[in-house]
Design a protein around this ligand. Sequence first.
Ligand SMILES: NC(=O)c1ccc[n+]([C@@H]2O[C@H](COP(=O)([O-])OP(=O)(O)OC[C@H]3O[C@@H](n4cnc5c(N)ncnc54)[C@H](OP(=O)(O)O)[C@@H]3O)[C@@H](O)[C@H]2O)c1
Length: 348
Amino acid sequence: MKAVVFDKIGPPLDVLYFAEVPTPQLNDSEVLIRLIAAPISPGDFLFIENLYPEPKKPRFPRQIGGNHGLGVVEQARPDARIEPGTLVAFSHYNSWAEYAAVPVEWLMPLPANFPIEKGAQFFNLISAWDLLTQSRVQAGQWLAVTAGYSAVSIMATQFARQRGVNVISIVRRVHDHLDLKTLGATEVIDISKGSQNTSARAKEITHNQGVNAIIDSAGGPATGELIRAMAFGGQVIINGGMSPERFELHNFDVLLNGLEIKAHVYRYFSRRRKYRTARFFSRLSTPRAEQTSRYRSAACTRWKISRKQLAKACAIQRAAGTSFRCSSPDTLSRHQEHTRWQGTQARL
Ligand SMILES: NC(=O)c1ccc[n+]([C@@H]2O[C@H](COP(=O)([O-])OP(=O)(O)OC[C@H]3O[C@@H](n4cnc5c(N)ncnc54)[C@H](OP(=O)(O)O)[C@@H]3O)[C@@H](O)[C@H]2O)c1
């Protein structure tokens, strides 16, 4: 089969190459997935640069890239309780290939007609949901998201607006083709005009109430400025580090404001969660005709939200098709040459 592989740690553009590799052999717990779509996300590059924590480390030679995907079950043991032909999403390893062997408990069965570009990046949706929950921001309060055009930030923005939260979207430049306000942002701050302005602007926008929570995927000086514009008891959730720069704080910026700074890691990357995940997935392993309703009720249990909320979330997703692009145009242009090959084409 064709795959995008690497033999050493390094910048993706330098180390990735196409190769013909053997189709994976299945062990007892695995299912063979024929890939339909595999997103290219900043996190995939971290894996190639060996920046993920244990246990997600590359194994050489010919480590296949990609950690998320959507495909169809090609081959499964009868006791795997999943039908060949079932559409599945997964977050595991080796998704930039024509086939991947994935343990059955890591599969998320989806309705057969589930949109491909959405299913392929379920992890972003779940991350956005979890980030918002972790931020503890309430209706009427203010949330700031950095890397405002990123898939995760746009989804978090939409979920926040759904809950009546005001959102300030921080961007490093404005893209004319994508209006963040129509996607739910109350205000947009463009830091290309100088990060020093961020704090003053955030205070002005919130009428001096301050920002109650920050979901930060960028970092850099603007994040430090933003933290200085927070309301007492605010939550800072560190989700990514797109900027190579650091930010600086004085202890009193945190202490006297009662702030909490926390990390967020995608829930299915932690081994401790695997058992709960397995239970969740096992409930989804139903014949395809039943999957839509079963999937929804299981997802409600898993995400601790009501069916009504989930239906609303789905409606928002449908309305805002652009929010489900897999990567920003920048991410795409840097890496698209690695993602297209005959037969399997990454959907972007
Ligand atoms: N912690 C977790 O478990 C978890 C899970 C999922 C995602 N993430 C993180 O969430 C972030 C967004 O992921 P995604 O897939 O949604 O990304 P994406 O759609 O590919 O978008 C990337 C965004 O980052 C912005 N960006 C790039 N370089 C930047 C810089 N130097 N300074 C400020 N902004 C910069 C881009 O801005 P432009 O629009 O201007 O190009 C773009 O909006 C990433 O950091 C990713 O690692 C973390």
